[in-house]
Design a protein around this ligand. Structure first.
Ligand code: NI
Length: 175
């Protein structure tokens, strides 16, 4: 059986305005949403990422996809519609990256464990709990839906260094 061909969406980079806006709630759980979610997984894999939020493909909706094992374990493939963190505990500080900030990696403090409530593509609510990398990915992607990037969670000094690096890359036509 031939697989439907899906659109691979371009991932937009900082400082694209859509990345800084709060995304809108999803209210229609239809075929269009299901297709978009599949396209988001394909776009994420094409960009070699383990998480992607809809604003990163210029769609201001509260949708995120995560696969921390990058296709190795089907259980790790998670689609989150209208997700919210309902519980969190502990601290972890690890290096983080983002498809919208290529080549930038900085240590970011996050909760060590989170519980997230979200809807699936049919609109049914479910909960997902994660620690370590999954906890980080959940927090990172939900941040995107609130217009927050990981560079908004580092020190002012580090952030200024990152912004200088981006300016240099832009100047050289590498951004
Ligand atoms: Ni990101």
């Amino acid at each position: 059986m031939a697989k439907r061909s899906l659109t691979i969406h371009e991932v937009v980079k900082y400082p694209e305005p859509v990345l800084a806006k709060r995304a809108d709630e999803v209210s229609a759980f239809d075929e269009e949403l299901a297709t978009l979610v599949e396209e988001m997984f394909d776009s994420m894999y094409a960009a070699q990422g383990i998480g992607l939020a809809a604003p990163q493909i210029s769609i201001g909706k509260r949708i995120a996809v995560i696969d921390v094992s990058f296709k190795k374990d089907p259980k790790d493939k998670i689609a989150l519609i209208n997700p919210e963190i309902v519980a969190e505990t502990g601290k972890q500080v690890e290096e983080e990256g983002c498809l919208s900030l290529p080549e930038i990696r900085e240590k970011v403090q996050r909760s060590a464990w989170v519980k997230v409530r979200a809807q699936d593509i049919h609109g049914d609510w479910f909960e997902v709990e994660g620690e370590e990398l999954l906890a980080r990915a959940l927090q990172h992607e939900i941040d995107h839906l609130d217009g927050v990037l990981f560079i908004d969670r580092i020190s002012r000094l580090k952030r200024e260094m990152v912004l200088r690096k981006i300016k240099k890359l832009q100047k050289n036509g590498e951004w």
